[in-house]
Ligand binder design. Structure first.
Ligand SMILES: N[C@@H](CCC(=O)N[C@@H](CS)C(=O)NCC(=O)O)C(=O)O
Length: 200
């Protein structure tokens, strides 16, 4: 099973046409909790991005780092950068959490009862309604062009089916998803994350 946060980073690099090496960390074997990995990511999670001598962690923070250093999908003003950050915080708080939890349950990685499942389902649909409303105003989250706010949200929406959530009641989100998938450099998790190490 691919990691959604890791896909976020791989997708961004792919959209930026920036070649990267990929080292697979096997979560089932607990490699992410071993001392040599914790040096890279103190939170004991994937992904970790090495750029020069520095390891960057937390996918939303990595998106900001890449947007700034590669000069792509970034905000063009301090205000736009602020708006993007708002969306990235919201995306983790309201969108990613319920969807990734439902996906993990469906794939057998987490166990919880129907009451909790229904709670996450309601939360996920409430977040989708927010996105649906915003995407009714513009083609992209911030307006006329895609930014890392779209990349962050897309990398979650991509996994909706695995969370057993139907996107058809959200036509604006569906249209935006199709626009996103047509961007140059786009790839699915399976295309971008090889699940085995690939060095440049
Ligand atoms: N907020 C983190 C979430 C990362 C995350 O949840 N990674 C999962 C894999 S999809 C993980 O490493 N889980 C193992 C754990 O948390 O112990 C990010 O965006 O990088």
């Amino acid at each position: 099973m691919t990691s959604g946060p890791t896909y976020t980073v791989g997708l961004m690099l792919s959209l930026c046409r920036y070649p990267f090496s990929y080292i697979h960390v096997n979560l089932r074997e607990g490699q992410h909790k071993l001392p040599d990995y914790l040096v890279k990511n103190r939170y004991g999670q994937v992904p970790a991005l090495r750029d020069g001598q520095t390891y960057y962690v937390q996918s939303a923070a990595i998106l900001e780092h890449l947007a700034e250093s590669l000069g792509k999908f970034d905000g063009k003003s301090a205000f736009e950068k602020h708006r993007i950050r708002e969306w990235l915080f919201w995306q983790w708080d309201k969108l990613a959490l319920p969807i990734f939890r439902l996906r993990a349950r469906a794939r057998g990685f987490r166990q919880f009862g129907d009451e909790v499942r229904n709670m996450y389902d309601t939360e996920a649909k409430a977040a989708l309604s927010v996105l649906e409303h915003e995407l009714g105003k513009n083609e992209w989250i911030l307006g006329k062009r895609p930014t890392i706010a779209d990349v962050g949200c897309f990398a979650v929406i991509r996994y909706l089916a695995e969370a057993n959530i139907d996107l058809s009641p959200y036509p604006n989100v569906l249209a935006w998803k199709k626009r996103f998938e047509a961007l140059p450099g786009f790839g699915t998790p399976e295309q971008i994350l090889p699940m085995e190490s690939r060095l440049l």
